[in-house]
Design a protein around this ligand. Structure first.
Ligand code: SER
Length: 317
């Protein structure tokens, strides 16, 4: 039985049906502190900062794999670092301890470009590099990667983690991250409303589209245990763009779309992160690859958000 924590978040909302489709609805349990529609897949309320709740769930449902997605992202984490510490640090420790005690077979944890910091090289950053994050989110996520490796080496618990860049998607809107602008902008564009961007026009960040992000996580989950060398902290990425490059590409499709820039604290966070990543360890060890380049991502986003909002999309222009 597979348990997903943080199932109501941007990634969890899509990972749960993806896993259900692949492994069967009966074999997936979604969990979060708030419930979203799970389309008939079992949901339980679970606060990862509460060890007893995790123990009870793991035991009751004979959990043998955990996708540990619950976490407070970078922007929200800077507003409430104590909450980020509690959920991310204590939550991950609780999950690992419960997994060890109840002999869970595998734990998969998404990590992030938030583990990098100002001393990290800016471009084509390899998985093994300087990781001195300056956000509470980043501090807790590099700790999660290191704990994952520690539990593997010390206790034989099969923990795997990869580092996502910003994730672009249309099902659940992200609200707590620094990279969220790259989702938000599409809603404004489709509604033909001016978008106020909180990052500087030239702030380049690595990104990828949700279908590739889901496939990467499940490919890592399924990878042959003996083939994994790095095991924790694989960089994955699809492309890099700045807000002004993304804006230009959207404007090619929606000519009346306008943007203005008003940087806030999130631009300072983004300034400490790399502009592009090298994901060769992920490609070499478990065959990571992407299907969506930036143009395909943009076309797909505009189509789906137009449909969602009931507005005619680019084809009507
Ligand atoms: N999307 C995350 C954030 O912006 C980065 O991994 O916090």
């Amino acid at each position: 039985m597979i348990l997903v924590t943080g199932s109501s978040g941007q990634i969890g909302t899509e990972l749960v049906p993806y896993l259900a489709e692949k492994y069967g609805k009966k074999n997936v349990i979604a969990s979060d502190i708030v419930q979203r529609d799970t389309g008939g897949i079992k949901f339980i309320t679970l606060d990862v900062s509460n060890r007893d709740e995790i123990d009870r769930a793991v035991e009751k449902y004979s959990i043998d794999a955990i996708f540990h997605l619950a976490g407070i992202l970078s922007a929200k984490g800077e507003k409430d670092p104590a909450l980020a510490y509690k959920v991310n640090m204590n939550g991950t420790y609780n999950i690992l301890e419960a997994a060890k005690q109840h002999r869970v077979e595998k734990v998969v944890i998404p990590s992030t470009i938030g583990v990098f910091g100002p001393e990290t090289p800016k471009n084509k950053v390899p998985s093994i590099t300087i990781t001195r994050p300056r956000t509470m989110y980043g501090v807790t996520k590099i700790a999660a990667e290191l704990l994952g490796q520690y539990y593997y080496e010390k206790f034989g618990l099969d923990v795997r983690s990869l580092r996502y860049p910003g994730i672009i998607s249309y099902k659940a809107e992200p609200t707590a991250g620094t990279t969220d602008y790259a989702v938000e902008i599409f809603y404004y564009a489709v509604k033909r409303e001016k978008y106020k961007c909180y990052l500087a026009p030239n702030r380049a960040l690595p990104m990828m589209y949700m279908p590739d992000a889901l496939k990467a996580l499940v490919d890592l989950y399924e990878a042959d245990r003996d083939k994994l060398v790095l095991r924790n902290g694989y960089n994955v990425t699809a492309y890099t763009f700045t807000p002004s490059e993304l804006y230009s590409k959207i404007k090619e499709r929606i000519p009346e779309f306008e943007i203005e820039y008003k940087e806030d604290f999130r631009d300072k966070i983004a300034a400490t992160w790399p502009e592009s990543l090298d994901s060769s360890e992920a490609s070499n060890e478990w065959g990571f690859s992407i299907e969506y380049d930036l143009d395909r991502t943009i076309d797909d986003m505009i189509d789906h958000i137009s449909e969602k909002l009931g507005i005619e999309g680019k084809h009507a222009l």
